[in-house]
Design a protein around this ligand. Structure first.
Ligand SMILES: [Ca+2]
Length: 158
C-alpha cells in the first residue's frame, strides 16, 4: 500500500510539475529523457571549476543586463543569474540565433529563461556560454532548446 501511495504521490508530482511548466507557457527542458530543473547555480560552479570546453545541458532563469554583440543572426546577451543586478560574478553569455524566430521588443531588465547547451568558454567575456536555444532539426540527434524573453517563447517548431 505504501508503495502504491508513494507512486501516486510521485505521479501526481510529475503531473503537477508538467502542468505548472505548461501554465508557465514554455515546455520542459530535457537532457535526454531527464527533465531539468533550473540549474544555474551548478552551471556557475562548472564555469569556475571545469576545464575549457566542458559541456552540459543548461536551464536558466535570469535577468538581461545588456547585449554584448549582435551580428550574423546571433544575438549575444549578458544574463545575470541571481536576481541581483548589483553583483556581476554570476553572469553568463546567452546566445540566440534569430533564424529560429525574431526577438520581441526587449531591454535591460527583461526576464530571460533559456534551455540549451552550456559550455565553459575562456574566449567568452563571461567565461561561459549557453547556446543552441532552438528546436533540433533532427530530434534524435540533439535535445530541443528554446529562449523565453519577457514571457515570449522563441526557438520552438512553428
Ligand atoms: Ca547578479
Amino acid at each position: 500500500m505504501i508503495g502504491f501511495k508513494m507512486r501516486a504521490v510521485l505521479i501526481f508530482g510529475i503531473l503537477l510539475s508538467a502542468s505548472l511548466s505548461l501554465a508557465a507557457g514554455y515546455p520542459a527542458c530535457k537532457d535526454k529523457k531527464r527533465t531539468l530543473e533550473f540549474n544555474q547555480d551548478m552551471l556557475l560552479n562548472y564555469r569556475d571549476q571545469m576545464e575549457p570546453k566542458f559541456k552540459t545541458r543548461g536551464f536558466i532563469k535570469g535577468t538581461l543586463i545588456k547585449v554584448i554583440e549582435d551580428r550574423q543572426r546571433h544575438v549575444h546577451f549578458e544574463v545575470d543569474l541571481d536576481g541581483d543586478a548589483e553583483t556581476s560574478d554570476d553572469r553568463i553569455e546567452v546566445i540566440y540565433n534569430t533564424s529560429f524566430g525574431s526577438l520581441p521588443d526587449y531591454g535591460p531588465g527583461a526576464e530571460i529563461i533559456a534551455c540549451g547547451d552550456f559550455i565553459v568558454d575562456p574566449y567568452s567575456p563571461l567565461k561561459a556560454v549557453l547556446h543552441w536555444l532552438h528546436h533540433s532539426p533532427k530530434q534524435k540527434a540533439h535535445d530541443d532548446g528554446y529562449l523565453v524573453i519577457n514571457g515570449q517563447v522563441l526557438g520552438l517548431r512553428q
